[in-house]
Write a protein that binds this ligand. Structure first.
Ligand SMILES: Cc1ncc(COP(=O)(O)O)c(C=O)c1O
Length: 431
């Protein structure tokens, strides 16, 4: 019989890997708090929050209990024609905490699906307004919105992992990503130029544009770039001026990661459509949501179809909704702002000075996100191994080595994580 490791390598696809040259995987035995324990015994401090999601840490008693209690009632029931308390509570809470005016909620089963639904809402809205020709999207270069076909079509077409599909994806418009950094003093020439690109595009093409889609404040998997709230506020204003919807993809930024509950809060705006996911369930189960304004919902519902054409089998899954409710309650009752701000200060203090190292292109921090951009792409397998030697779990991609720890990380755990970043980046810089 093949060993687990052999079977895994030969039969199981992991994210973004080849079956011919698979990257190494490490078998996890269990996880608790901020620790991931490998079968081989190593205890690793998780620097990734399992891709932005595990904000309260692993194996949390409150989240475990929410799932146990819900399992005893029902694990699942179809959402077509039926409804239930966990979904009602969750949607009520989302409407309450989302930027004002996002009153309608569609429960999706992953971030990518929430983006698909957002694109459908935007297209159906304009059909409802008798403007079916408004069916193109504007997206930002370096943007990332997921791996399904609609979502891929609004990811950066050149710098992203989806370039190989570009000839079969629908054609949308792309503008340069904003260059104005989050903490830059305004006014700046950069901001004027950033906004000019979007202005020109909307001015000339608004007749066939349904929506602008962007990740508010932090562009995640497309480059971990952090831009100024003034850009977001300007785009919102331009969308209003040119009669184009704004879709905010808060799947990575939502629920406190950037220091505000939602990225949009930095710019005090309400988008027309907003997607959330990842940390929604505290990282326990796959669940996402697409929220929209009454105006968008009315447009969608008066169009030729009259209904929003989407309905996944596991829509509104009660287990996922219950754990999302428990996670949002935990977030609300915790002092997450001060935890995130504390993490931010520590990250700034230790990571920003790394920018002066020879092979480091840039170092940036916002909220509980710390990013080192190297001059060249790094060897993922090698870098992972180096971090494991230091007792932490960090998975780089491309030129980026980044961390976004669970909000519950303690001072001493954060110090271990940050010291590992400093050591590994310094080693790579000197190699
Ligand atoms: C901004 C953004 N949108 C969408 C997605 C896709 O979410 P999922 O992986 O749950 O499909 C991601 C995932 O990384 C993301 O960061």
């Amino acid at each position: 019989m093949k060993t687990n490791q052999q079977f895994d390598l030969e039969h199981i696809w992991h994210p973004y890997t080849s079956m011919l040259k698979p990257l190494p995987t490490y078998q996890v035995k269990q996880a608790k708090g901020v620790f991931i324990e490998l079968e081989t015994g190593e205890q690793l401090i998780d620097g990734m929050s399992s891709w932005w999601s595990i904000i309260h840490g692993y194996n949390h008693p409150v989240l475990n209990q929410a799932i146990h209690e819900q399992t005893a009632k029902m694990a699942h029931v179809m959402f077509g024609g039926l409804t239930h308390q966990p979904a009602i509570d969750l949607c009520r809470k989302l409407v309450e905490i989302a930027p004002d005016g996002l009153n309608k909620v569609f429960l999706a089963d992953s971030g990518s699906v929430a983006v698909e639904v957002a694109l459908k809402m935007a297209i159906q809205y304009w059909r409802g307004k008798n403007k079916p020709q408004k069916n193109k999207m504007v997206a930002l270069k370096h943007g990332y919105h997921g791996d399904t076909f609609g979502a891929m079509s609004v990811c950066d077409p050149e710098n992203s992992m989806h370039t190989i599909y570009s000839d079969i994806l629908p054609n949308h418009y792309f503008v340069e990503a904003p260059k104005t950094q989050f903490d830059e003093n305004l006014p700046s020439d950069n901001l004027v130029n950033d906004v000019a690109a979007m202005t020109q595009l909307l001015q000339h093409h608004h007749d066939d544009i349904a929506a602008v889609i962007l990740e508010p404040i932090v562009q995640g998997a497309g480059g971990m770039r952090m831009y100024h709230p003034a850009y977001l506020a300007s785009v919102k204003q331009l969308c209003e001026q040119y009669d184009v919807l704004l879709i905010a993809d808060e799947i990575a930024t939502g629920f406190g990661r950037t220091g505000q509950l939602f990225g949009c809060h930095h710019a005090h705006i309400t988008p027309d459509i907003m997607c959330v996911g990842k940390a929604l369930t505290g990282g326990y189960l796959s669940l996402a949501a697409t929220l929209c304004t009454d105006e968008v919902a009315m447009g969608v519902s008066t169009g030729d179809a009259g209904v929003l054409m989407h309905g996944p089998t596991f829509m509104g899954n009660p287990l996922a909704c219950s754990v999302a409710n428990a996670s949002l309650n935990l977030l609300e009752s915790s002092n997450w702002q001060s935890s995130v701000s504390h993490i931010e200060q520590q990250l700034k203090q230790s990571l920003i000075p790394l920018a002066s190292l020879k092979k480091v292109h840039d170092a940036r921090v916002l909220g509980a996100i710390g990013v080192i951009e190297m001059e060249e792409s790094v060897d993922v397998a090698d870098v992972q191994k180096r971090f494991i030697r230091h007792g932490v779990w960090v998975r780089p991609f491309g030129k980026l080595i980044y961390i976004m720890p669970p909000f519950v990380i303690s001072n001493s755990e954060l110090t271990v994580l940050i010291n590992a970043m400093v050591t590994v980046v310094t080693e790579l810089s000197e190699s």
